[in-house]
Ligand binder design. Structure first.
Ligand code: ADP
Length: 274
């Protein structure tokens, strides 16, 4: 809208303003000058890499917005009612409107904060909004453990009760052959642990990641701690770049940051306390 343009113009003007020397800089020793320059350079790079959270598009995410405020379609609202979600949790409030716009997301949120709903709701909405004529695997969700994947699968299936979206689980405990047959049916959403996912990506001749449109990395810090850095990098560089990527992590370590830089495109950073 018109006000976005005004905002842009204002920040452009700021960036061409004559730099004013800060009084603290006068007479400071050279070494700390260099250090602060490096810090500033790093801060600028970060600013350029991450998209601002409080952009005009995101004004709909207010502190007390409800699921009804997100313009979700009826089957999704019915699904939310079926699982008993009446009000969005803080991470759901922040993530759903941004994810619906197709933007990449980095979410700092702990286990139990409602992350599953935060990414499943916009995923379902996007799948319904742009249906495919033939069955195609369109979404991959990676989680550190079998238990978390199964839990996510159960919530996702329930939320999707009033849709025809299909799901599968790729986790340890099922035979690879069995899972390959499931993958051949091209379920819309694949919920997997990184080890199993990469196993199929490398070895199942009929499985292709070329059709994937959305990738979720849930509890990315734990997957990295479990030694899956190489696998995650391979996955991030193999799935088509045109995808939407959502990464959630309780902690933001250097290795998580590295992964974000490899695999995400101007993500919106979302922080919640609980
Ligand atoms: P996470 O993925 O962050 O670990 P979950 O998505 O599993 O968290 O949610 C944690 C718990 O909160 C689950 O029992 C889930 O059913 C419940 N929950 C999630 N979102 C809502 C909501 N909007 N309203 C009520 N309960 C919710």
């Amino acid at each position: 809208g018109g006000s976005d343009d005004d905002d842009d113009a204002a920040s452009d003007n700021d960036s061409v303003a004559t730099p004013v020397q800060h009084p603290d800089d006068v007479g400071s020793d050279r070494e700390s000058d260099i250090e602060s320059e490096v810090d500033e350079e790093e801060a600028e790079k970060r600013k350029a890499f991450f998209a601002p959270e409080e952009n005009a598009d995101n004004k709909i995410a207010t502190a007390n917005s409800s699921f009804q405020d997100f313009n979700l379609s009826r089957p999704i609202l019915r699904g939310l009612a079926a699982v008993g979600f009446t009000d969005p949790t803080p991470i759901q409030r922040k993530a759903i409107p941004v994810a619906l716009l197709g933007k990449d997301i980095v979410g700092s949120a702990v286990t139990g904060s409602g992350k599953t709903g935060a990414f499943i709701v916009p995923i379902l909405e996007r799948l319904l909004f742009r249906p495919r004529k033939t069955p195609t695997s369109r979404v991959a969700i990676l989680m550190p453990t079998r238990e978390l994947a199964v839990q996510c699968y159960n919530v996702a299936v329930k939320l999707a009760t009033y849709t025809d979206v299909t799901f599968c689980q790729l986790v340890g405990g099922f035979s690879l052959r069995e899972q390959e047959n499931v993958l051949k049916k091209r379920p819309d959403v694949i919920i997997a642990t990184p080890g199993r996912f990469i196993d199929h990506m490398r070895n199942s001749p009929s499985f292709t990641v070329d059709t994937l449109e959305i990738l979720v990395l849930d509890e990315a810090d734990r997957m990295l701690e479990d030694g899956f850095a190489d696998e995650l990098n391979e996955i991030l560089t193999t799935i088509p770049k045109s995808r939407q990527t959502m990464l959630f992590s309780a902690t933001m370590t250097d290795t998580v940051d590295k992964l974000i830089r490899v695999g995400l495109n101007r993500p919106v950073r979302l922080m919640v306390d609980a």
